[in-house]
Design a protein around this ligand. Structure first.
Ligand SMILES: NC(=O)c1ccc[n+]([C@@H]2O[C@H](COP(=O)([O-])OP(=O)(O)OC[C@H]3O[C@@H](n4cnc5c(N)ncnc54)[C@H](O)[C@@H]3O)[C@@H](O)[C@H]2O)c1
Length: 332
């Protein structure tokens, strides 16, 4: 009988990490979820926390002694922990680099000390910058980097392949497009929803609305990471993962329609919404599809589920705040 794989997931309590933990448990892995809960939430991993094969460690990836302890008996790591709110990244370059590149180096060192040499990494399609080749395959020449976030992710990719060369690691780098789906935590859907709940009659859009963005459901992204680690045979494996694309304008109209709103759209102008925004991002995913991967969630239904999830969250948080306020009035 083959032994049960024992796998550590960094960023386990985050949006993508929580779906990956569920996918790994379903695939029969024993899972150590590792997260410092900076943006992640225990509520995201309610189901894994009840599973006998799941253990949660609240700690930072940069805390090497804790990481080495958590890695005991693991044979595979999925590295998802990151400072992942791309739009707010330019304000804190040093923090972004620490969380997205130094943390990767710290993890690789902890793995080396522990004798673990297989790692899958959630990278980003933003590493292609404003590439003239669309859809973009994995082997294009890289243009100039346009965001600190992508530059730090690319530094991590470099470290992973260097560890493969120097120390015999096997690495699975999956370059993801923007993710959608339940437990969505940051990005344009949350921003549009916040605006529309304040003023349903108009919506301000960064850029000219014609930016074309490929999306992917986080559950399909989790399967892409899992499949890459199960089926890739090279020492360094790089795979794109994305699905269909929407313009920002179409996405805004779909979000508004889900809310039953008909806002006037006001554009801030310019091809890019913010520094580092890539106006056209579509990836060639044939490499991953050849492994048997196929997204199961359509972009539109995934966008609708994102809106529904955020609305539910908003309602339950409002209820929580109201309940807390009533309790404090009663106590007073
Ligand atoms: N969401 C997207 O659209 C998207 C697109 C492409 C790539 N990615 C990548 O996927 C990964 C997951 O993104 P997400 O959207 O789930 O983000 P998220 O913020 O929901 O999850 C990140 C998790 O990492 C944890 N974390 C952060 N720094 C940590 C540290 N130093 N030590 C321990 N835990 C730490 C956070 O608490 C959080 O739970 C990231 O690497 C991100 O760059 C995400």
């Amino acid at each position: 009988m083959t032994p049960r794989p024992r796998t550590l997931v960094t960023g386990a309590a985050g949006f993508l990490g929580s779906h990956l933990c569920e996918a790994l448990l379903s695939a029969g892995h024993e899972v150590v979820g590792y997260d410092n809960l900076s943006t992640g939430r225990l509520a995201n991993i309610g189901a894994p926390l009840r599973a006998p094969l799941f253990r949660f460690v609240e700690a930072d990836v940069l805390d090497s002694p804790r990481m080495v302890e958590a890695l005991a008996d693991c044979d595979l790591v999925f590295h998802l922990a990151a400072h992942a709110d791309v739009r707010r990244n330019p304000e804190h370059p040093a923090l972004v680099f620490e969380q997205n590149a130094h943390a990767t180096l710290a993890l690789l060192e902890s793995m080396r000390k522990s004798g673990i040499r297989r790692i899958a990494f959630a990278s980003t399609g933003s590493v292609y910058g404003e590439n003239p080749i669309i859809p973009t395959p994995e082997n294009v020449p890289f243009p100039i980097q346009t965001s600190i976030y992508a530059a730090a992710k690319l530094a991590s990719e470099g470290l992973l392949s260097a560890y493969a060369e120097a120390f015999g690691f096997q690495v699975f780098i999956v370059r993801l497009v923007s993710l959608l789906g339940p437990r969505y935590s940051h990005g344009h859907v949350a921003d549009f929803l916040a605006q529309l709940s304040l003023h349903p009659d108009h919506l301000e859009i960064l850029g000219d609305g014609r930016q074309r963005k490929a999306y992917l459901d986080a559950r399909d992204a989790a399967q892409a990471l899992l499949l890459a680690a199960q089926r890739c045979r090279q020492r360094v494996n790089v795979l794109n993962a994305g699905s269909r694309c929407l313009t920002v304008e179409r996405s805004a109209r779909l979000i508004a329609a889900r809310l039953g709103a008909e806002p006037r759209l006001r554009y801030k102008g310019g091809r890019r919404g913010w520094p580092g925004d890539v106006p056209d991002i579509r990836l060639d995913c044939r490499r991953l599809r050849k492994l048997g991967w196929k997204p199961r969630h359509s972009v539109i239904s995934s966008l609708e589920q994102t809106v529904d999830y955020l609305l539910e969250e908003k309602n339950s948080r409002t209820a929580e705040i109201t309940r807390a306020a009533c309790e404090s009035v009663n106590a007073g």
